[in-house]
Design a protein around this ligand. Structure first.
Ligand code: ARG
Length: 257
């Protein structure tokens, strides 16, 4: 995949040098999916986000998203290879190092500039974790606070809208939670389901507050796909639909969430 992508990239560069149009220009082949024709779907994730993805006891990525993409791969008749990387590098790796990303990734307008998304497969909202004794309970209470977030996540972007608040960015959300417990940050903003898992792991030490009470909006998770790869998008959307219809999706929800 890597070699092929390099080849495609250099071919595209030659084409763009000759024709003056950039990568993804009007070559006419943008809708053909490389991943589907070479039989291997290389999937990027960031296995730091339970219950959607975490490193299992065997050292391999596991979780709802991983099981879901493997089921999608089976539907497509391709082998799924999972690459664990920083969340912040997933979007830019799509179409080169990886074919697609599944990482509890929220569909955002900004990301849509660089990638396409499958139909959404899960809804979430940001939650606010605070020390058990904290009296933070609304967005106003977060003004001027130091807030721990995972770098490049929607939780990270939300902090920009909170007056005088500073985002303390971490590569792993769990490190933000550890710093919350150690008193180094005032709150952590992280997606609802991981928030629930972290709060349970630190039961008694932290409170898990619903971001709806802070005015945070519902977010939709989807699989990120190379921009313009309509063949892959249609195939993945059809597979997701089938997995919902045949009960596999519900089974995975029951098993992991
Ligand atoms: N939903 C959030 C976002 O899209 C956080 C996702 C973090 N995922 C992960 N695997 N670490 O920005």
């Amino acid at each position: 995949m890597k070699k092929l992508a390099g080849l495609i990239l250099s071919t595209a560069m030659v084409v763009s040098m000759v024709s003056g149009c950039g990568v993804g220009g009007s070559s006419g082949s943008a809708s053909k999916s490389q991943a589907l024709s070479d039989g291997v779907l290389t999937v990027g994730t960031n296995a730091e986000f339970p219950p959607f993805e975490y490193v299992g006891d065997d050292g391999e990525p596991d979780g709802f998203d991983i099981a879901l993409i493997k089921a999608v791969g089976e539907e497509l008749g391709v082998k799924v290879v999972v690459e664990n990387m920083d969340f912040d590098s997933l979007v830019s790796a799509i179409g080169s190092k990886i074919d697609v990303a599944i990482a509890g990734m929220t569909v955002t307008e900004e990301r849509k500039q660089s990638v396409d998304f499958s139909e959404s497969y899960f809804d979430a909202v940001q939650h606010v974790l605070v020390p058990a004794g904290s009296d933070i309970s609304s967005k106003d209470d977060l003004v001027g606070k130091k807030i721990g977030v995972q770098l490049g996540t929607t939780g990270d972007f939300l902090v920009e809208d909170i007056e005088g608040a500073t985002a303390q960015q971490y590569n792993k959300a769990v490190d933000a939670v550890n710093d919350l417990v150690n008193g180094r940050v005032d709150a952590v903003i992280v997606d609802s389901n991981p928030a629930g898992v972290f709060a349970k792991n630190f039961e008694g030490a932290i409170k898990d507050l619903d971001g709806a009470d802070f005015g945070f909006e519902v977010e939709n998770y989807a699989i990120a796909i190379p921009k313009g790869d309509s063949e892959l998008k249609t195939a993945i959307d059809n597979a997701l639909k089938k997995l919902k219809e045949n009960g596999t999706y519900d089974e995975l929800v029951k098993k992991y969430i």
